[in-house]
Design a protein around this ligand. Sequence first.
Ligand code: ARG
Length: 566
Amino acid sequence: MDFKEHIIEKIIDITELDRETVEKSIEIPPDEKMGDFAFPCFPLAKIMHKAPPLIAAELAEKLSDDDMIDKAEAAGGYLNFFLNREKFIASTVTAARAAGDKWGASDMGGKRTVLVEYSSPNIAKPFHIGHLFTTAIGNSLARIYKHLGYNVVSLNHLGDWGTQFGKLICAYHRWGDREVIEKDPINEILKIYVKFHEEAEKNPALEDEAREYFKKLEDGDEETTALWQYFRDISLVEFKRVYDMLGVSFDSYNGEAFYSDKMDEVVELLREKGLLTLSDGAQVVDLSDLNIPPCIILKSDGATIYATRDIAAALYRHRTYDFYKNIYVVGTPQALHFRQIFEVIKRAGWEWGEGCEFVGFGLVKFPGKAMSTRHGDVVFLEDVLNEAIDKTREIIMSNGSEVDDIDEAAKKIGIGAILYTFLKNSREKDIIFSWESMLDFEGESAPYCQYGYARGRSILRRAEGIDYSRPDFGKAVSDEAYSLIKQLNAFGDAVKDAADKNEPFYINRYVTNLTKAFNKFYNTNPIMKEGTDEETRKARLAIVDAVTQVIRTALGLLGIETVESM
Ligand code: ARG
């Protein structure tokens, strides 16, 4: 039973307005005391030639007989609706429990394919905190679109090609030691890569050497390719370890290298369409009419670049997946790059380009002292994750918790705390990385929501043996229960908003508010306490059951796991 829908139909019925107008104008009053929904009668004044308050009063009259609505009240030019609380709680809780982890889901996706490209770290450069930001957002978006019935494909566009490989291979030949690298691949690869830059400052000839190595790689030289493959493989093993910790997985790791043999066609197609012009020896697509720099397709030495690989990748994705949306979760410093390549795609007449979307995000800032890390000034992801887990373990131990598997709990809570932080605000905002607020069990944090869930689960464990499958919800009506169930009911809208704007923070805010309302509920509406009437207890238990389920589903859409006790 959809109460909003019911009210919309009622209003259409008595006003004869069209559905769109009614749907658009219906509001949620700022204060719960003013009702659950409000319909502003101002637009009707013109049609009915009457003052809005009068219209509101007349409409209220006509609505008096409705068992889903407790009362409809005229207030100024507004018609305020108060739902029948018992009916609302009963129908929402019953529906949520029946839906299980499909609550808030929909089939609006209709199996259309949404590609979510995210994470995309670079080999030979560190997997840094910014990559954690894209990983958190992309992973969540993939889950959100799945919940809405889309066919989701997760892509990791690895930075596994480009001139830096020439440098890396050059460095390896000079200073590399396979045994040392194998012990700590990412760190060692980074070390020799950094050394290359230091040495090249003193000895510029190294740059030429590196260029030659990259040329060899592009020409498919066997030894060089094997070395490239080796670096890629060992880096992926490391990346995957981090992804496992985060509970993240990808359908494809086709990175930039994968497109290296697919670029001639792109260059040819753009040339045929007359889009290429010569500029300082390079082949570019001129975008000066938009007041942005040209998109370079072929450098003066004939080498293709990042942008060309991205255009080839987009074309390949269109052909392979026939996508409805092709989402790129990449930091805002690359916004211009994506604007350029989307524009080139448009000018090439490729209509599927409409489905390409850039989903940017801000910077991660560390207040005061830099974060402690054993690697110097680069913040390594795995270190951050491990630190979160260690800190969480300390907190749970000092809280005297009764968790069975403390390592497992510390991992889920610590990692959850980090993911939550990245999804807390609208994504383009910069993030201040603070352990205190991240691990504040009482503030707005993952542990706060996980704790609410665990509390609910522990209540349900204590209620074992009680049959609360068909309770009398009339016994559970209270202000706190009503606010809570209104939150429960709002989940579907939060999921849709999140997908609509590609903003997981809608879910984050949702689950935080749901947990807050839940906290208030179980603190003021006794459940297992002695003296609570048996029927009231059953109705409240059903509410706890539904709410814990939804907290878990909502956290799940953020990639955050729950624990049964903490
Ligand atoms: N590897 C790039 C980086 O770390 C991000 C790749 C973004 N994706 C793309 N299709 N260009 O900065």
